[in-house]
Each structure stands twice: as C-alpha cells, then as structure tokens.
Design a protein around this ligand. Structure first.
Ligand SMILES: [Zn+2]
Length: 500
C-alpha cells in the first residue's frame, strides 16, 4: 500500500537512470508470458483457520495471532465471518458515529475475547441485544460475554462508538496510515498493515479474512464508496446511505471507505475488454476528464487473467484521492494518490501494480507479515511483465539488469527478512521480483508460468506463507528448490542465473 510510493520511487527515480519516459522506465519484455489457459479456480481452499494459533487459555485472552513481526495483532480465539460497518460521517465536526457488528465463531473456548480497536469513545458493546462487560487496554477492546463461548459456536458482537478518526503511526512504517482527511474534505482509508483497527474494531491480521457490508452515510451531496458492489443508495432528510457488499473474504487491512465530493464513474469500455464490471471513484473534476491510463484497465484485467487465472472479485476499479502520495490495493477499489495523474507513465505503473495485487495479496493473502515479499515481489514482477507486454523484451531486460545492480548497491536486507520497523523497504519489491525472475530463469518459462497458475488456483481466497509457494514451484518444476529460495530470500543478493 503506502509501500507503493517507495517502490515507485525506487523503480522510477533511483533505479531509472537511463530510462526514458519518467514513470514506467521499468519497461519490459522478453519471452511473453502469454501462456493462457487460465485454469479455473476450483475448490479454492479458503483457509481462514489461523495457522499460527497460539495456545489459548484462561479468561480475557488477548494474545495475538502470533505474527512473526507483529505478534500482538489479532486474536487467535475466534474467526470472523462477516463485518457490518454502519457508519455516519459528519463533516462539520470531523467525526464519525458507527455501529459495527461482528459475526464470528470461536476456535477456542472463550470466557472472554479481545478485538483490536484504537481511538474513539465506545458507547456500547452488546451481544444478542444485551450489553456486555468490556474494557479497553491500549489497542485492545476486551469483551466478556454473559456466558462462555464453546469451540465452534457462532456469536455476534456489536460495538458502537463515536469520535474523530485519526491516522495512526504504525510500527511498520514511518508515516501515518489509516483514516485520513484531505484538505478538500475527502475522507479515505489506507490501512496497511495495521490501521484497520483505527477505524473499526476487528481481528486485525490478514489471517482472519471475512466478508463485509458497508452502510456509509454522509450528507448530501457527498458520495460514499467502499469495497465490493454498490447494492443500495438511500436518500433521506439531506443525507444518503450508500450500501456496499464485499462478498469475497477480505483481510481487514484492505477494507476502505472513500467519502467526499466524488463521482462513481462506470467504464463500459474497460468492462467490455476486461470481462469484469469496472467503476472508478474520481474527484468531480476528473470524472469528465479521467487519466488516460484508466482506459487500460480492461486490457490489464485480461492480461493478468491470462497469466494467473480468473479475476477473483465481482467488480474492479480505482479511487483517486487528493493528499495521498502513495497507492494501496484495497480490494476491488485500489486507492491511488492524485499526484500520480500528473504523469501518465507513473499512473499506469501504479495502476497495474495495484491491479496485480487483486490476485496476489487480495485474493491470495499472506498469512504472516514477514512474508510480505509474496505480495510485493509478485506485484512488482507482474508490473514488469505488463511493461514488457507494452514495450518489448529489451526494455524488460534493461529493467531487470538495472534493478539487480541497484539492489546490489542498496545494502538492504534480503526480501525474505523485512525489518519490523521498515516492512515495505524496497527489497521486498525489487528483491522479491528478482527472486521470481531468477526462478523463471532457473526452471524455465513453462514450469515458471505453471507455478504462477497453480499457486493462484490453489490459494485463491485463502492465506499463504512462503513455504506454500516454494512447494508449488517444486511441484511444477519437479525440482528441489530449497537452496535456491534460501539463497534468494535470505542471503546476499545472488547473480541472476544465465537461463536456458
Ligand atoms: Zn504493492
């Protein structure tokens, strides 16, 4: 997400000496990866069961989900099925009032449980319509149900709250993330990796994916957008409620809201070309004169579907917002900073990167933040493949060579070992992408693109760790690749294989 600007700068500015065209100097090409035959997603294993569940004991469990970098995030005692976020935005006061209902089921006996939640004044916590005991402790909201919850038992908890949302300082990055208000009044959310719980109470770790209903209310003439499909708009007494449904499981960090003087703009041409309904959320003045690269979305959708498999969601598009100097792949509605629109190449690069994430990151979701290279290395490599598709093999090769040289010079940690306080360092993007390119050279195009298809087919809708990808690559290639990945992900940057 925010990470986006970093790699963008790395790729385009730092690494692009010798590139033309400003933005997507990262042009690419070489053997076109046009091995289509996208296998359909059959029996997608929706593994939302925590893989790192720590033993749960006692009352008031608020142990985290055991993430290797941020172990306090989340709670391993339950699995959320659905969030209903009913939220009213009040511009004059700069505050919101919300009622969030969480439908979940216990995966451990629960005398009590915790939600991740920061900020706001909590006005009610209720289960089955009855107030229950709760207490706040730092970024945890502890809830004590009237009776213990058994393993497998479904339960629902509603949390009401009000206050002014504020961006938060994440331990992972150096600038604030979360709910943000732009100078023109537009409100938007970019929450990766851990700021979702600064706008709604949740099990804030990507292992716990869930479906969502957003009911966003704002005064006329504002518009409110969120992930998924717009299913209703109710206008009454000078305000409108926009109801959005996200029917595919989504990690908390990709949930978003965009509220402001904005327009929902359907794109029939991109819809036709991509085979997926495309609608964008644009500032009013851009709605009639949108960035030209937006028209490429249909081709991008087709390009990635050919490489990986069918687009995972019911709709696609981006929200362009002012005051945001990064981008984030929010599911079905990537968030792009308006400043990117001043450079067509830059906008195209960011657009295609975030769209690639819809498959890799949003549908196939990491189960541990330490495996962030699985998100960013893939999106960067898919971005290079698109640029190859657009600009040819020589440009692709020069991008690989230039980025390899820059990584050697960078002194950054290997992509498989991101520091907890610099999660989105450039190595997870560039080093991760180089790892994939090295794999392609090592096992050949046939096995490499089969690996990508198998990986997506197997894990769409679920969670992964690096070992899952390694296993797929070994299966597709018939090779033992343990030493290869160990070297590329954990050692000093190797030279690229010479290929076949
Ligand atoms: Zn990314």
């Amino acid at each position: 997400m925010q990470h986006r600007l970093v790699p963008f700068l790395v790729t385009v500015v730092l690494f692009s000496a010798g590139c033309s065209g400003g933005g997507s100097a990262t042009t690419a090409t070489s053997p076109a990866p046009t091995t289509t035959t996208a296998s359909s997603i059959t029996a997608a294993p929706t593994t939302t069961t925590p893989r790192f569940s720590s033993p749960l004991t006692g009352v008031g469990n608020d142990r985290g989900l055991g993430d290797s970098l941020y172990p306090d995030l989340g709670n391993a005692g339950y699995d959320v099925d659905h969030y209903t976020i009913d939220l009213t935005w009040d511009p004059p006061s700069g505050s919101l009032t919300a009622l969030v209902t969480i439908d979940a089921h216990a995966v451990a006996p629960l005398d009590a449980f915790s939600l991740d939640f920061a900020g706001f004044d909590v006005t009610e916590v209720a289960m089955a319509g009855t107030a229950v005991d709760s207490a706040r402790d730092g970024a945890k909201l502890r809830v004590t149900p009237a009776a213990p919850i058994e393993v497998g038992e479904a339960f629902s908890v509603a949390v009401g709250y009000t206050g002014a949302p504020e961006p938060v300082v994440s331990p992972a990055i150096s600038f604030p993330v979360g709910w943000t208000g732009a100078e023109d009044g537009t409100q938007y959310v970019a929450a990766e990796p851990d700021a979702a719980h600064a706008w709604f109470p949740c099990n804030d770790h990507p292992l716990d994916k869930a479906t969502y209903t957003f009911r966003l209310t704002a005064p006329t003439p504002l518009t409110a957008a969120a992930n998924g499909v717009l299913v209703d708009e109710i206008t009454d007494l000078g305000a409108s409620t926009w109801v959005w449904e996200m029917e595919q499981p989504m990690p908390t960090y990709l949930a978003t809201a965009v509220i402001g003087d904005i327009a929902l703009v359907e794109d029939p041409a991109a819809t036709e070309a991509g085979g997926v309904p495309v609608r964008n959320v644009l500032p009013i003045d851009l709605a009639t004169d949108p960035p030209s690269s937006l028209a490429l979305q249909g081709d991008m959708l087709t390009f990635f579907a050919d490489i990986l498999g069918p687009y995972p969601f019911a709709t696609s598009g981006v929200a362009v917002v002012p005051g945001f100097d990064a981008a984030l792949e929010n599911s079905t509605l990537s968030l792009l900073g308006r400043d990117f629109t001043t450079n067509d190449d830059a906008f195209e690069t960011v657009l295609v990167h975030e769209l690639a994430h819809q498959w890799i990151g949003d549908s196939v979701t990491i189960g541990d933040w330490g495996d962030i290279w699985l998100n960013e290395g893939f999106a960067t490599y898919l971005e290079w493949l698109w640029l190859e598709h657009r600009h040819g093999p020589a440009a692709f090769q020069s991008t690989v060579t230039r980025n390899h040289a820059a990584m050697v010079e960078s002194g950054l940690p290997p992509p498989g070992e991101p520091p907890a306080d610099d999660l989105f360092n450039s190595s997870v993007y560039i080093g991760g992408a180089l790892t994939l390119h090295a794999l392609r050279l090592e096992i050949g195009d046939g096995a490499f693109f089969e690996t990508l298809r198998m990986y997506y087919d197997r894990y769409a809708g679920g969670n992964v760790i690096t070992a899952d990808f390694v296993a797929v690559a070994e299966e597709a290639s018939g090779r033992d690749l343990g030493a290869f990945f160990d070297s590329w992900l954990h050692g000093p940057l190797p030279d690229l294989p010479t290929g076949q």
